[in-house]
Write a protein that binds this ligand. Sequence first.
Ligand SMILES: Cc1cc2nc3c(=O)[nH]c(=O)nc-3n(C[C@H](O)[C@H](O)[C@H](O)COP(=O)(O)O)c2cc1C
Length: 326
Amino acid sequence: MAKINPRVLSGLPFTAPVLLAPMEGVTDPAFRDVVMTRHRPERLGGVFTEFVRVTSQAVPAAVIQRHLGARRSAMPVGVQLMGADVELVATSAATAAAAGAAVIDLNFGCPAKGALRGCAGSAVLDDPPRVSQLVGACVEAVDGRVPVTAKVRAGVDDADGVEEIARAVEAGGAAMLTVHCRTRAELYRDPVDWTRIRRAVGAVSIPVCGNGGVRVTGDIDRMQTETGCTFVMVGRAALGDPWIFSGEAVTSQDAARFLLEYAANLRGVRSGTIEGIAARLKQLLSYWTAGGLVTDADRSSWLRERDPAALVARLQVAADDEIEIS
Ligand SMILES: Cc1cc2nc3c(=O)[nH]c(=O)nc-3n(C[C@H](O)[C@H](O)[C@H](O)COP(=O)(O)O)c2cc1C
């Protein structure tokens, strides 16, 4: 299992060197809560909100609170902000710190067109001084109450400047740098090149969190060994197997119960409609590998299910449990 040098934990709230990636449309409190109940803090070190966009005004406290959700676990929850206006992002960071965020993470990786138009997300990667400026303004705004971290891609069109990007994050005063090793142009494509993470590790003295292409539990150690990164962040593989952090082998019943609890949380926390919940379940089912609940042979039958109630009923049969959704 991945090891951490206790020294680098000072100043960072993470309880283990493996983190759940921020994922828009997935890592809301409804999903995170179920993941957190399945892990001890020695296995999963922290989680992040989906990105919270900072547009024409600073993010109000109520919005941050909604992303943080009710506090049900001791595990640290970082709030991720994405924006281009230095003052508005810094004010939002201060609000998030006051609202209980354990970490403020800045998104310099989102490849979406909306982010690029607003010069946020990965659009800022081409401008390292601006990266430093955004990080530095947040560090100043939170005034030591919580650490500020940054999540970058390895570059825009190529990864030639990954060291420069890493140094810009460090110069701004970030306490940790997460490197998603794909460039913006590569979107989410495989294969990944972890040497880019190693290059970032060599360029800075702050802890680096490697991200990109972890598929199975063994990849976590492998990424640490091959790159020298201190932390590893897992994205999509955790959507298919939320137990990936510990490598625990679960049954199809455990897997179905996870999904039903997620659905019940969505109903409660967001007053979700059964149709909306079914859509969110299908999003996970499209990745799902845990417990053999979904196989490549029957994945499409899960995804084609038109009747939301029938989808839930199918999960209830697999769970051997009547976890109530409505
Ligand atoms: C559905 C989805 C939503 C994502 N949303 C965010 C986000 O809100 N903030 C962010 O920094 N990255 C986001 N990402 C990128 C992931 O955090 C991660 O960097 C990426 O998936 C690579 O890791 P992986 O190969 O382990 O999946 C998202 C990825 C996916 C698949």
